[in-house]
Each structure stands twice: as structure tokens, then as C-alpha cells.
Design a binder for this molecule. Structure first.
Ligand code: 9MR
Ligand code: ZN
Length: 548
């Protein structure tokens, strides 16, 4: 990485001006509300904006929190149910101002969902919707096949994956699936919510996901095989997307890409049917075509970057969970028994049944099966339900033993740790649906509180949201546009105890506790990049909490 691009960001490793940590967006009236004090103090007060004390109490001693190295006292203000804006104070120290009310997450849900619009590739961003962050059309030239330089294809559209301008099928399918399930399960959180994006005859979130689905279908070959990614040979410098004019390559197919495309298109086909029947039909045909291809190619076809290419690999060691997800969605949408047989066969293998990431996504397959309205094998239903409740119980223990409530062990802070936190929030939310877990909401909300400020650095990891927040993510347009305030709604990767870029290695002292291995600096891709599949689980958890 060339440091010269980042001179402007020097010095953005800053300390929170607050010493008591809360969710800086706030809390819904009936939810648990815990402020964390990483210092000793027996009592606390909550003040309103006029400085009047409206609530007070004794703190609870938590003890040493391993992931942060902090000794922690907690202030439980759950009984504060009146709407308003407040601060917590104790021992002469205070928290950021936060809100209590029903609409406290409206802005952050809007922004994290709209982030996908800001990442759109191809169409350019209109001033009407993107304001200051508008830019011209990008990456619209035809891309050439890596394996046959005489063949050019139109693969315009979709979302830029992350801080880079690559577009990757497995990552895109996963992010789109999180959003589709958020809509399917929590539609009231979206039905009347404008994202201030170009209008279509459907809820905005569906218009947004449609952009990605249209692109995914362009990545499908005529025989149903699916290209793994389209990117330039190496990552672009820190320029605006329209100024990245290097040749785009369509890299070889992978079986993960084919399975994920089949899965997400089948899922989407059911969801779009009431809004656009012909789009729904196209999605179903695409899903079936890739399913036929998978049939003919039972072998695993992985992906590795060819020599000289440094864009994302998203390689995997097997495609079991991808195939499981594909057949589960196809069964859910068609009810055809051959798909059911394949599910049963795949379930004889041992792989995680609740995982929700771009690599292991068995959880999406399990969800498709559990939610569908078809004949179901009762032993399978019991097994999948139990997988979710076991995972949720395991995660609850982690949350209870973390001073900040994150369902994370001290060794779980890796590249994109905020994604893990939010995916764990998804598991809690799903367990509340699948197994009617009465504590699901409380634990899911804690994961959001961590993301929005209840963490060892007291920082909100969502750009544009929170009084003390991430503002300099590793995101090309956010640097190249020259605007100091970052594009809102972007979820930063977050603390990584294995810093993996030159800036992070240089900046994070050895022995730093995992939860504090973070710097808000554009240079650091292993601490502070953004990606579509880090935003999507946050949208899911927010939609769950806002669905009433
Ligand atoms: O999210 C990925 C992370 O788990 C890996 O450790 C890392 C290194 O291979 O790559 C991350 O994915 C990046 C992808 O390859 C390209 N787009 C940006 C992604 C986030 O950094
Ligand atoms: Zn683009």
C-alpha cells in the first residue's frame, strides 16, 4: 500500500472524549440499557439535556474484562423509560449524549441500508440522492475473460465490494441474502422507510438489492457456471471510481459462485414475486440453470488468484454449505423433491449449520428450510432448531462474560470483527424467531450497542452516526472525494488482534488487548476497511430491533 495516498489522514488515531461508554444512538424504552464504566465508582446519575438528574443508581462491579484489559463497573439504567436525550455521569466523568425513544435507530438503519446505494457500480450517483457524494458512471467498459482474451462481456452494475472496487459473487450473494432475509422477516422496518434512492414500484430496500441481483445474473455463463469475480488486475489507487479505468477481468468460475447464485436468486424469486412477476421468473430460471450446472459438476471448484492479481480471493476449501444453501432455497421456492433429497444427503456431512458468512453459510440454508412452507422431515427440523439454540446459548455465555456485552471470545477479534459481532446478533435474532427465545432481543441489541459505542474505545463504528465515530475508513471514494465527513452508514471492520497491514503493524503496539487493536485511519485495511457483508448483518439486526 502506497502511504503517499494517506498523508491527509495522519493523526486520526484519537481517543474518545467520553469516559463512560454507551450506545451513542440510544435505546428503545423497554430495552436493557447498560452504560459501562472502565473505572471504579459506586454510583451514577443520568441527566437530561437541561442538566437535571432524572435517574440514579448504584453501579455493579463486573471485574476484569479479558478482551479489553479493562476493569469494569456497569450502570444499569434499564428502568429509565421516558423518551428524551440523556448523559450518564459518575465520578466526575460522563458519557456521550444518547436518546431513549422508539425511533432511536431510524437514522442508523436508514444510513446502513443506504450505504449500498453509495457503493453502486456502473450507474453513477445522482446529486438528488447522493448529494455531496455524487459521482460519475464507473466501470462500464466490457470486461475480458481471463481465460480467453478474445471474449468480452457486459458485467456492469452491482455494488463495489468494499474499500476496493472489485465485485465478487460469493461476497455479493451473502450480503444480498442478509438484506433479503431482513426484508422477508422484518418487512415493517422497511415498508414505509425511504432510503432516498431512485424510486421503483417496490420498497426501496428491494430496489437496492435488485441492482446486485441484476449484476449477479450477468456473472452467470450460458451453461449455468458462474464467474467468481470481476476486478482489475491489481487494486486501484485511491481515486474516484470513475477514474479507475484499468482493464476489468472476468476471472474463472467457481462452484461456490454457482451455488451462491442459485441460492440467492431462488430466495429473491419468492420475495420479488408480488412486486415484479417477470423479474421473479428470471431469477428462478437463473437459479435453476446454476442448479443444473451444479448437478453436472459435483466436484468442488475453488478459486485462487492467478499470479500477479492482488484483488480479493474469497477462496474456500469446500463448497458444502454453499450447495446446501442452494438446494434449501430451491426446495423452499419450488417444493420439488429432488432438491429435498440433496439437502438430506448433504446434511450427512459435518459442517456448521448456523454460519452466516460468505464462506460458511449453512445458517442461510437452515433458515430457508425452517421457514419454508413445504413438507419437512421432522428430524431435520429438530436438528436445525437445536443447532440455532445451541449456538445462541454458547454466544449468550460469551456476551455475559464480556464487560461490553459483545458475544465474542477474546480470540475472536479478527479482520472484520464487527461483522462477527453483528452476525452473532443475527443468530440471537433468528433464535428468537425459530425457537421463540425470549432473551433473543436483549442479546441481539447488546451486539448493536457494542457497534455503536459500548466498547472499549467508546467509538461508534458506523460513519456519520454517534458523537464519537469512525470517520476515515479504508474506502477509496471517501478519501478521493476530498470531503472530510465520510459517506454515512459505513460499518468499519473494527479491532483486529492480528494487524495485517503496514500501518496497523506500525501503529498498534504489541500486547494491545484485542478489543483495542483499532485505528480510525484510511491506511489500515485490516482494521478500518468497510465491506457490503459487514454492513448487511448490521442492517439485519437493526431491522429486527425496529420491526414492530
Ligand atoms: O474479509 C476478508 C478477510 O476475512 C480476509 O482476512 C482478508 C484477506 O484475505 O480479505 C478480506 O476481504 C477483502 C477482500 O479480499 C477484498 N475486498 C475487501 C475485503 C475486506 O478487507
Ligand atoms: Zn464501479
Amino acid at each position: 500500500m502506497n502511504r503517499k495516498y494517506f498523508e491527509r489522514t495522519a493523526g486520526h488515531i484519537k481517543k474518545s472524549p467520553y469516559e463512560i461508554f454507551v450506545d451513542q444512538a440510544g435505546y428503545m424504552p423497554d430495552d436493557e440499557k447498560i452504560a459501562v464504566l472502565p473505572f471504579s465508582c459506586e454510583s451514577f446519575e443520568v441527566k437530561n439535556v437541561n442538566g437535571e438528574t432524572v435517574f440514579s443508581g448504584k453501579t455493579d462491579y463486573f471485574g476484569l474484562d479479558k478482551a479489553s484489559g479493562d476493569e469494569i463497573w456497569k450502570a444499569d439504567l434499564s428502568d429509565l423509560k421516558d423518551s428524551g436525550r440523556f448523559t450518564v455521569s459518575a465520578g466526575g466523568k460522563s458519557s456521550a449524549e444518547f436518546a431513549v425513544g422508539e425511533g432511536v435507530y431510524d437514522n442508523v438503519l436508514h444510513d446502513t441500508a443506504k450505504a449500498f446505494y453509495y457503493l453502486r457500480c456502473g450507474c453513477g450517483l445522482d446529486k438528488r440522492y447522493a448529494g455531496l457524494y455524487s459521482h460519475g458512471p464507473c466501470h462500464n467498459a466490457k470486461a475480458v475473460l481471463w481465460e480467453d482474451r478474445s471474449v468480452f462481456r457486459d458485467v456492469r452494475g452491482g455494488w463495489h465490494d468494499a474499500g476496493d472496487y472489485g465485485r465478487y459473487v460469493t461476497a455479493g450473494a451473502c450480503a444480498a441474502a442478509h438484506l433479503l432475509y431482513a426484508f422477508k422477516l422484518f418487512s415493517s422496518a422497511f415498508i414505509n422507510r425511504t432510503l432516498d434512492i431512485p424510486e421503483e414500484d417496490m420498497p426501496d430496500i428491494l430496489s437496492e438489492i435488485r441492482c446486485e441481483l441484476e449484476w449477479l445474473m450477468k456473472m452467470q455463463r450460458e451453461d449455468g457456471g458462474v464467474f467468481h469475480k470481476v476486478t482489475t488486475m491489481v487494486h486501484a489507487p485511491f481515486v474516484m471510481p470513475e477514474d479507475d479505468k484499468e482493464q476489468l477481468f472476468i476471472f474463472p468460475i467457481s462452484s461456490m459462485a454457482a451455488a451462491d447464485l442459485a441460492a440467492v436468486c431462488a430466495l429473491a424469486s419468492g420475495i420479488y414475486r408480488p412486486y415484479d412477476a417477470s423479474f421473479s421468473q428470471r431469477l428462478l430460471s437463473a437459479a435453476k440453470l446454476s442448479a443444473e450446472w451444479l448437478e453436472k459438476h459435483s466436484e468442488f471448484i475453488g478459486f485462487e488468484n492467478p499470479r500477479g492479481c492482488n484483488t480479493g480471493g474469497y477462496g474456500q476449501g469446500n463448497d458444502r454449505s454453499n450447495r446446501y444453501w442452494a438446494y434449501a432455497e430451491l426446495y423452499a421456492v419450488t417444493g420439488e423433491m429432488p432438491y429435498h433429497d440433496k439437502i438430506t444427503k448433504l446434511l450427512k456431512d459435518d459442517f456448521p449449520l448456523t454460519a452466516l458468512g460468505y464462506g460458511e453459510l449453512g445458517g442461510l440454508g437452515s433458515l430457508a428450510y425452517l421457514l419454508c412452507d413445504r413438507m419437512k422431515d421432522q428430524d431435520t427440523v429438530i436438528k436445525l432448531r437445536k443447532a440455532f439454540s445451541d449456538r445462541a446459548e454458547q454466544l449468550k455465555k460469551l456476551s455475559d462474560s464480556c464487560g461490553y456485552g459483545a458475544a465474542m471470545g477474546e480470540r475472536d477479534y479478527h479482520w472484520g470483527s464487527n461483522m462477527s459481532v453483528m452476525k452473532n446478533g443475527m443468530v440471537f435474532a433468528l433464535n428468537s424467531i425459530i425457537n421463540s427465545d425470549p432473551d433473543g432481543r436483549k442479546y441481539a441489541a447488546r451486539q448493536l450497542h457494542y457497534l455503536l459505542g459500548t466498547n472499549a474505545l467508546g467509538i461508534s463504528y458506523v460513519t456519520g452516526n454517534g458523537a464519537f465515530r469512525t470517520n476515515y475508513p479504508h474506502l477509496r471514494p471517501a478519501f478521493a472525494d476530498g470531503i472530510d465527513e465520510c459517506i454515512p452508514g459505513m460499518v468499519a471492520g473494527g479491532p483486529n488482534s492480528l494487524p495485517a497491514d503496514p500501518f496497523a503493524v506500525e501503529t498498534i503496539p504489541e500486547g494491545t488487548p484485542p478489543m483495542k487493536c483499532y485505528a480510525d485511519d484510511t491506511a489500515s485495511y485490516s482494521l478500518n476497511e468497510i465491506t457490503i457483508y459487514w454492513n448487511s448483518p448490521a442492517v439485519f439486526v437493526l431491522a429486527y430491533l425496529c420491526d414492530k
